[in-house]
Design a protein around this ligand. Structure first.
Ligand code: SAM
Ligand code: DTB
Ligand code: SF4
Length: 353
């Protein structure tokens, strides 16, 4: 077993994900400490720069034009307003500003405004991230020239389950955008959502597709579905928190260098569950009372939580942002590897109610 693999088989991932929880957490946390500062967390702030009326049909999303969710729709924001929000985010401790738009893909006529936003937010000495839907190669290059640091484009779930969730764009379309972003040398932020009615196999498959990209994403957001009234998934079953933690820990093991983000859904999580996610390898989160259109825990709550856990917000240029010490592909912890001839004790996860 080598460290930075991108040839993971589904059964190997299932073996990792379904081993006894204490073993899984121990391995994940050991790897976490080797690649990251376990007491630091990267803080991003989200802003919806264009809200609602999206032509896509993502069944989880409150911004699709096809569902009545009572959303306050908003046209593309002016550059100055976005920059003002970014300044606020910086003063509240965020190091990255993530701008999201409810689009299938950005129109070429909007590119000058979007690239100017990137330049002006970057001028505040913040990292920039955008999530605007599909990007073609030219658009990715334009963003790279403007200095965009990250592009968020999620695979969301397994290819098989994906077809039940989104019909207006394919899994291959998503992989194509990720390829365009990587070729433009923009860092990739790509992850998924749990709670879409998927099975354990689908979760393993999502992680397999992320970890088997030519290059692992630099950032892997793991979202818990926020069940928004009016969307087709509003009545989905609760997700078992332990199953969620298993995915975080497995992502940490498969993609040791990636920053794993405990993303949407924290408002519905207990402090204990979040603490366990940080132990399992999550080391980023969105800060601020709002995500794009839904609520996030209050800043007060998060400040108290981080204080209780002794976790500090990472600053840009802190030595821990470049702690990627292990550049080789040798396995530095062979004792933790699961020998291929070890009979694996499966257990059947309780079906979430
Ligand atoms: N429109 C762009 C796109 O879909 O690529 C960017 C914005 S979109 C809101 C970004 C991501 O937010 C989605 O890929 C999905 O993973 C996540 N998301 C959207 N609605 C969510 C919900 N109700 N619960 C959890 N995550 C959600
Ligand atoms: C990601 O994976 N999660 C964030 C970010 N990337 C853009 C978005 C979460 C959105 C949650 C629903 C909402 O607030 O509209
Ligand atoms: Fe549109 Fe993105 Fe929402 Fe899908 S997730 S409906 S593409 S805003």
């Amino acid at each position: 077993m080598t460290i930075l693999r991108n040839d993971w088989r589904r059964h190997e991932i299932l073996e990792i994900m379904q081993q006894p929880l204490n073993d899984l957490l121990f391995t994940a946390h050991t790897i976490h400490r080797q690649f990251h500062n376990q007491n630091e967390i990267q803080i991003s702030k989200l802003l919806s720069i264009k809200t609602g009326r999206c032509p896509e049909d993502c069944a989880y999303c409150p911004q699709s034009i096809r569902f009545s969710t009572g959303l306050d729709e908003k046209q593309l924001m002016a550059i100055a307003d976005v920059v003002a929000e970014a300044k606020n985010a910086k003063s509240s401790g965020a190091t990255r500003f993530c701008m999201g738009a409810a689009w299938r893909s950005p129109k070429n006529r909007d590119m000058p405004v979007l690239t100017e936003m990137v330049k002006q937010v970057k001028a505040l000495e913040m990292e920039t991230c955008m999530t605007l839907g599909m990007l073609d190669q030219d658009q990715a290059e334009e963003f790279a020239s403007a200095g965009l640091d990250y592009y968020n484009h999620n695979l969301d779930t397994s290819p098989e389950h994906y077809r039940k969730i989104i019909t207006t764009r394919t899994y291959e379309d998503r992989l194509e955008t990720i390829k365009n972003v990587q070729e433009a040398k923009i860092k990739v932020c790509s992850g998924g959502i749990l709670g879409l009615g998927e099975q354990t196999q689908d979760r393993a498959s999502l992680l397999q597709h992320l970890a088997n990209l030519d290059q692992h994403p630099e950032s892997v957001p793991i979202n818990q579905l926020i069940r928004v009234k009016g969307t087709p998934l509003q009545d989905n079953d609760d997700l078992d928190p332990i199953e969620f933690i298993r995915v975080i820990a497995t992502a940490r093991i498969l993609m040791p260098k990636a920053v794993v983000r405990l993303s949407a859904g924290r408002e519905q999580m207990s402090d204990e569950m979040q603490a366990m996610a940080f132990f399992a390898g999550a080391n980023s989160m969105f800060y601020g009372d709002k995500l794009l259109t839904t609520n996030n825990p209050t800043e007060n709550h998060d400040t108290e939580l981080l204080e209780k856990l002794g976790i500090k917000a990472q600053s840009l240029n802190s030595p821990t942002t470049s702690i990627h010490r292990l550049e080789h592909t040798e396995d530095p912890y062979p004792e933790l590897a699961i020998p291929s001839n070890t009979p694996v004790q499966y257990y059947t996860p309780r079906q979430a109610k």
